[in-house]
Design a protein around this ligand. Sequence first.
Ligand SMILES: [Zn+2]
Length: 246
Amino acid sequence: MAFTRRSFLAGLIGCPLCAAAARAEGAHAHWSYEDPQDWGAHDAAAQACAIGAEQSPIDLTGAVKAEVHGPKLAWKPQAFEIVNNGHTIQANAAPGGSATLDGRKYELKQFHFHTPSEHAINGERRAMEAHFVHAHAEGDLLVLGVLMIGGAPNKAFSAIMDVAPKEEGKATLRAPIDAAALLPKTRKFYRYQGSLTTPPCSEVVNWNVFAAPASVADDDITAFKALFPMNARPLQALHRRVVLRN
Ligand SMILES: [Zn+2]
């Protein structure tokens, strides 16, 4: 059984970016946050959602302290293309931004938002979460997660919400923004091996979730929730994985 499942999953991860690319192209959405337990049933390519043992998000608790170093970020301020894809507000990056971890270079593809936060820390979810998605040429992903709370405004998030399309479609930022402005000041984080949190739930993600939240304006959270009242997948079982923290 385990061998069969492993073989099956090996076949699924061949092209995680194909699905991501299809979504970026605006392919019609066949899944929703109303029935996350059924994601694996919608199509064969999303079977990992139902039977995967390394799914995300998770509750980040019981982490093991370790000598883990954060990825080295080389992002550039740019006028990201802002897309309402029916599931979230996403900022698509122009080529050139990267994150390097353990000698592997991943290209920044996009970042997007969830409400409430998808990951929990010691059982607690926050108002929102940003995911910065980087892809390696071999197909695996490095995603930075940032939990977000209401408080001091964040200019980058405000600039995005100022132009975010109310219905499916694209918009252009009024001026370039530095996505790094959305990262917390302290660089402590959790790391574990997991999956995309949307179909096809491919188990190809090296997750790096910051321990500290970033503060954004309450008004901007309200604006996001007006578009997407709830776009977070339920917490998944840890199974045999280990969560590291520095
Ligand atoms: Zn996400």
